[in-house]
Design a protein around this ligand. Structure first.
Ligand code: NDP
Ligand code: GDR
Length: 346
């Protein structure tokens, strides 16, 4: 039997790296789209690197960008994937207030470009859209699939557009297109400017005596934090169903940012009040106060349920930071001959 072929946009991001791992374990051939940067951006997938000259290789990278629809269409035409996981986005909520136009172009319109590329090439692949709990924004918890959206940032607005684009292509063209509405999910691979990773890094570095304090914004916001490695399994399950549908993925429990800070600092035996300072730079013009997802539909239909909740996540992330401090590593992709970028060199 020929292996299934998947295409992942955003493969160099947190979720892309876990999903690539999962699909390779399941025997897929995995193609990823990475954007060209002046520095290497493949650190999260370097450990999956396979020499593309090896006939057994099953991971391949291609340059591409969500703002370049022609490139997306050409790639789809040549790769002919069975499943497309669309994870790429300008994904930072605070940054979306500074760059609303780019966020709309990349995070919103990028999804239409990809859907339209699939349609124009005539592919019958399955399509996953990385929708977000940020679409619910100000809607009171618990939020579920039929909760009305009330986004509170240019990022949330762009994700609502992409959500409806995905549904419209499903309804208009019969495409197998699904929205995974994922609540916050974190890991040691989380981008360093998201609050959980920022706090876990700070707790470890302060413990090691490398820093004295960390500056944060709103500590009252509440989030439903799960573990990214578990959430990518739900993405895959959504594309294995008989019919396309939309699903909330969440833990069902929310904690405040302050709770998460306390859990991280407690884990290294420090009092967070002595090290956390306020900086209004990290506030948002409009905030999302409280997200708590109801993932009962996913549990019923996908058989998916989380096992890692925020307190364990905090410990796991702080431990990873402590471990990294005790074993500083030279990133594998410092030379194109060694890293994943070998397959990207043109
Ligand atoms: P990351 O920010 O870690 O990864 C985003 C990925 O998108 C990176 O690979 C990035 O490339 C790529 N990217 C950004 N802009 C472009 C562009 N113009 N063209 C091509 N690629 C681009 O996000 P996560 O992995 O955390 O999230 C994955 C997806 O899920 C995102 O769409 C996010 O909005 C959404 N989401 C995330 C949640 C979470 O809690 N993590 C919750 C709900 C939804 P590079 O590495 O070069 O920056
Ligand atoms: P979020 O994640 O906006 O929920 O979006 P983030 O970790 O950025 O913020 C969570 C909450 O923490 C508060 N906060 C701070 N946030 C950051 N980044 N830095 C700080 O210093 C800080 N201090 C307090 C924020 O105000 C907020 O309330 C994430 C992204 O991954 C999105 O792409 C995804 O769609 C949603 O989760 C679900």
């Amino acid at each position: 039997m020929t292996a299934k072929k998947a295409l992942i946009t955003g493969i160099t991001g947190q979720d892309g790296s876990y999903l690539a791992e999962l699909l390779l374990e399941k025997g897929y051939v995995v193609h990823g789209i990475a954007r060209r940067a002046s520095t290497f951006n493949t650190q999260r997938i370097d450990h999956l690197y396979e020499d593309p000259h090896d006939p057994q290789a099953r991971l391949f990278l291609h340059y591409g960008d969500l703002t370049d629809g022609t490139r997306l269409a050409n790639l789809l035409e040549s790769l002919q994937p069975d499943e497309v996981y669309h994870l790429a986005a300008q994904s930072h909520v605070r940054v979306s207030f500074d760059e609303p136009e780019f966020t709309g172009n990349c995070t919103g319109l990028g999804t239409t470009r990809l859907l339209e590329a699939i349609r124009s090439v005539g592919l019958s692949c399955r399509f996953y859209q990385a929708s977000s709990s940020e679409m619910f924004g100000a809607a009171p918890p618990p939020q579920r699939e039929d909760t009305p959206f009330h986004p509170r940032s240019p990022y949330g607005v762009a994700k609502v557009y992409a959500y409806w684009a995905t549904r419209n292509y499903r309804e208009a063209y019969g495409m197998f297109a699904v929205n995974g509405i994922l609540f916050n999910h974190e890991s040691p691979r989380r981008g360093p400017t998201f609050v959980t990773r920022k706090v876990a890094t700070a707790a470890a570095r302060i413990k090691a005596g490398l820093h004295e304090r960390v500056y944060l914004g709103n500590l009252d916001a509440r989030r439903d934090w799960g573990y990214a490695a578990e959430y990518v399994e739900a993405m895959w399950r959504m594309l294995q169903q008989d019919a396309p549908d939309d699903y909330v993925i969440a833990t069902g429990v929310s904690y405040s940012v302050r709770d998460f800070v306390e859990q991280c600092f407690e884990h290294v035996g420090l009092d967070w009040r002595e090290h956390v300072c306020f900086d209004e730079r990290y506030l948002r013009p409009t905030e999302v106060d409280n997200l708590v997802g109801d993932a009962s539909k996913a549990e019923r239909l996908l058989g998916w349920r989380p096992t890692v909740f925020a307190p364990e996540l905090a410990r796991l992330m702080v431990d990873a930071e402590l471990e990294a401090l005790s074993h500083p590593k030279v990133p594998a992709a410092q030379t194109p001959e060694r890293g994943v970028l070998a397959s990207l060199v043109v």
